[in-house]
Design a protein around this ligand. Structure first.
Ligand SMILES: [Zn+2]
Length: 108
């Protein structure tokens, strides 16, 4: 695993029991802290809306392909709410055509 991580340029720390708990914790903080600090942070409202819309568009394409391939009528699907509220987990049940007509999925 460490070889794969090294090959990908990822930070690694070998914990072999030679250090005590406190020293291991300090080593992990020193080596991995900057990596974690550089991770993307929680999305802001507009970023969340863009991400949900992109995900819903993928779902819509998948449903459309399935419906066309199976030769069946559209069916309702629970789309993720596309609002800008961080943490919103609401869903909106629409058919793909209903989603397109509504211009997206907003639960509130
Ligand atoms: Zn919402």
């Amino acid at each position: 695993m460490a070889a794969d991580a090294d090959r990908l340029g990822l930070a690694t720390v070998t914990v072999d029991g030679a250090l005590g708990l406190d020293e291991t914790e300090e080593l992990l903080a020193e080596r991995l802290g900057p990596v974690i600090d550089a991770w993307p942070r929680r999305m802001d409202g507009p970023g969340r809306t863009r991400a949900r819309r992109a995900e819903n568009a993928v779902v819509n394409r998948q449903i459309a392909a399935y419906v066309a391939d199976a030769g069946i009528a559209q069916f309702p699907f629970r789309y993720a709410c596309e609002c800008a509220e961080p943490g919103c987990g609401r869903q909106v049940e629409l058919t793909p055509d209903g989603y397109r007509r509504a211009g997206g999925a907003l639960a509130h």
